[in-house]
Design a protein around this ligand. Structure first.
Ligand code: SF4
Length: 251
């Protein structure tokens, strides 16, 4: 293990389930650790909601686990799993978590080695909660940031979940898209008052997704949310992990 090793929780090959590239074949690399605990300040210990949260991070139990893995070991495994071949055919690499931006230096090192192994780069997406500014050296590798700021319904205090200067930076970066999970008209109003208006976000870069942990709820909430999108101009996104497999994973 070296200081450059990524702390990895899991990786798998699937399709991007949300946002502007929904449906693209994608290798997911889930990194260990997050600076937030959506679901409430005590949710890691209690495994239930607190602090006023109305939903809980569906990957906490996954991103709390993980181990440091060398770049060479990841690439060797990906070669034998066929992931490197998939990249050559156009699969995306989606780095998620937890909060991947906690490991930016390690990611730069990994992307350098991936570029050598592939003799090029795949289309790289990074999912982030929008509380860390990307380092300059990371930007050369990343084709798209999927920024998913957390609302008060996450149970996180605003001082932890809302970083105005960093959201402003992302708002001015053309290949950053904003994703929000919403379940009520109040949530949509919050998206507008806390994010869209202060940062003058173009509605075509804002994706609203239904809060849903199963297919039945996804169907019902989608009927409502499509009407919201028609009224506001925001873009609707499904959540394929729920729609296709009835499970709620992802950032
Ligand atoms: S939803 Fe995202 S930001 Fe919130 S605890 Fe889970 S990984 Fe962290």
């Amino acid at each position: 293990m070296s200081k450059k090793d990524l702390a990895v929780s899991e990786d798998f090959y699937s399709v991007q389930g949300e946002g502007p590239t929904m449906g693209a074949p994608a290798v997911f690399l889930r990194l260990k650790g997050c600076n937030l605990t959506c679901g409430g300040v005590n949710t890691v210990q209690t495994k239930s909601l607190d602090s006023g949260a109305t939903w809980r991070c569906d990957t906490i139990e996954t991103w709390l686990q993980g181990e440091s893995v060398s770049n060479a070991a990841i690439l060797s495994d990906w070669s034998s799993q066929g992931y490197l071949e998939a990249f050559k055919k156009g699969a995306h690499l989606v780095v998620t978590g937890g909060e991947p931006m906690l490991q930016q230096s390690q990611l730069v090192s990994f992307f350098e080695d991936l570029e050598i192994a592939l003799e090029g780069l795949p289309y790289i997406e990074i999912e982030t909660n929008g509380t860390f500014k990307p380092k300059e050296e990371l930007l050369d590798f990343v084709a798209q940031f999927n920024v998913s700021p957390k609302l008060a319904n996450s149970g996180m205090p605003k001082s932890k979940r809302y970083a105005g200067s960093i959201l402003k930076w992302f708002s001015e970066y053309d290949v950053a898209f904003f994703k929000f999970v919403v379940s009520t008209d109040d949530d949509v109003a919050t998206v507008i008052s806390e994010y869209v208006e202060p940062f003058d976000l173009d509605s075509m870069r804002v994706f609203l997704m239904p809060a849903a942990s199963d297919q039945e709820m996804l169907f019902k909430k989608s009927q409502w949310l499509v009407d919201v999108c028609k009224a506001t101009g925001f873009r609707y996104s499904s959540r394929l992990q729920v729609a296709l497999w009835d499970r709620c994973v992802g950032k």
